[in-house]
Design a protein around this ligand. Sequence first.
Ligand code: NAP
Length: 290
Amino acid sequence: MVLKITGKTKLLGIIGDPIEHSLSPIIQNRALELKGLDYLYVPFAVKGDNLATALNGFWVTGIHGFNVTIPHKQAVMPLLKHISPSALLIGAVNTVWRMADGWHGTNTDLDGFIAPLQRLNRCWQDISPLIIGNGGAARAVVVGCAKLGCKNIQVIGRNQEKLAQFKDSWDYAQLNAHIDIYTMDQLSSLIPVSELIVNTTPMGMSPNSALSPLSLSDMELLSPSHIVYDLIYNPSPTVLLQQAQQQGATIIDGTEMLVQQGAVGFQIWTGETPPLEEMGRALLDHLLLS
Ligand code: NAP
């Protein structure tokens, strides 16, 4: 990449702590370069206590927009002038842009999650998805499933107390779906009745690539009618997806979600159509080399 930074170059970025692992600079800079846009996307390591100071600094130095990652996705919300209804429902913001009256924010993990599912020809209102895990990403997945039309959403986790808090945390009138919670010992009974299974835990993520949230006997319960979606993008595919594919299930990995969530941010910041294919290739090239 040949960089030509001028006095007019607009700055985009991502804030988090840690931030070194982020793949967004790879995806976004490839897209900006390909479209010939005079922008640069850089990582900013910002500690929790410094979040408000960082946003003030971004404002006065003219930063055009930025992504927000762990641990700031909730903490950034009171610092924004406007938050989209879907981000309010999820309770987290991952994309922020400058407007005349201040920062505006939304959550593009939701768009990223549903993009590959929208291509599938399924009757979503008849499907009760099974979401494994009840952390931050699971919140965007719940809203994504509700947006697709699913009415009964099943969330399974390892901690009863956290699961109960998760269930109680929703504005159900806005969500327009019902949530049932289950503990991991109920997994095998839920697989046959859940056409869509989504792993939102880090089980199987590098360097613990040999792990899977489903045991070998759970795997045997999968059939060609199942869609198995793993949010993990490294490795791609995970053991879960490799085994689900052997059972004939439709599989979706986390790389497209990562690219699609970034593509929505790209469009918000630049007003340009994102070069999706190239963004995906940049991500896969980088993962292959790392
Ligand atoms: P998080 O907030 O820490 O939540 C992780 C969830 O997984 C928690 O519910 C946790 O349970 C559960 N969990 C962790 N280890 C487990 C284990 N060994 N057995 C059972 N449950 C376990 O993390 P997150 O931000 O939601 O991210 C989760 C995963 O999604 C990560 O792999 C991340 O890379 C991926 N992700 C991908 C994308 C994408 O664009 N593809 C976007 C966001 C996230 P407890 O609550 O009991 O601790």
